[in-house]
Design a protein around this ligand. Structure first.
Ligand code: ADP
Length: 231
């Protein structure tokens, strides 16, 4: 469903991604883990067609992503910095996404707010960071995406809301066979929901493994948890 091969990305002379490989199967949840600065957001911005790679290939549903409107409309991804109209109300953002995502589902949008309980008349710039995360997730799920890409979705949320977010992700995968890629700087947070985990560090994919193998392979864990590697 998602296939990344030998991805390189430079910001001027700084190599932010170094030969990154990644595969995510349909209907599975892939956790992208690594400390701040590892390259997770940079990788995600390639998967969502915001950045163009310098080398390597990225395919989602068998098609290249960059400048591909067809694929972008199947990916649920609402980046934080997409709150480009801070004066917008939530319902205005919803109207915007309704206009660009063909499978947008109003019923779902309404039903999901039974979980979040946020007044859709609130302006984006009046929301806390945690609430903005919730709104991002709420909008992304309302787009009924085939692929859901979540960048640190639970950052700034309290434990109860974290659980609710994870439940919604797991339910969505079970009901619709959604393919999910979710990033976090904390492996523990992802342990209970992911089928597969990739650990990034300094722009490289250090390990890709299912959780059982990752746990049983002491050497890999030592690499993953080495002192300068706070995850
Ligand atoms: P993560 O999401 O894992 O915290 P990022 O992908 O945001 O990591 O960043 C990876 C590295 O790339 C960091 O060293 C960051 O400073 C650098 N970086 C990210 N975006 C840019 C940019 N637009 N220009 C220059 N450097 C960047």
């Amino acid at each position: 469903m998602i296939k990344v091969e030998n991805l390189d990305k430079y910001f001027n002379k700084f190599k932010a991604l170094d030969k990154v490989n990644l595969r995510v199967k349909r209907g599975s949840i892939y956790g992208l883990v690594g400390p701040n600065g590892a390259g997770k957001t940079t990788l995600i911005k390639h998967l969502t067609g915001i950045y163009k790679q310098d080398r390597g290939s990225i395919e989602i549903l068998g098609e290249p992503v960059y400048e591909n409107v067809n694929i972008k409309s199947k990916i649920g991804y609402i980046p934080d910095d997409l709150y480009f109209f801070p004066q917008y109300k939530i319902k205005d953002m919803a109207a915007y996404y309704r206009s660009i995502y063909p499978k947008w589902n109003d019923e779902r949008y309404k039903k999901l707010n039974e979980v979040f309980k946020i007044d859709e008349n609130r302006k984006i710039n009046k929301l806390s960071k945690g609430m903005q995360k919730q709104v991002s997730f709420w909008l992304a799920l309302s787009c009924m995406p085939e692929v859901l890409i979540l960048d640190e979705p639970i950052d700034g949320l309290d434990p109860l809301m974290r659980r609710k977010v994870w439940n919604l992700v797991v339910e969505d995968v079970a009901e619709r066979e959604t393919t999910v890629l979710v990033s976090s700087h904390n492996l523990k947070e992802l342990e209970n929901i992911c089928d597969y985990v990739g650990i990034m560090h300094k722009g490289e994919m250090l390990i890709e493994s299912n959780l059982d193998d990752l746990k049983s392979d002491v050497h890999k864990i030592q690499v993953a948890y080495r002192e300068d590697f706070p995850i």
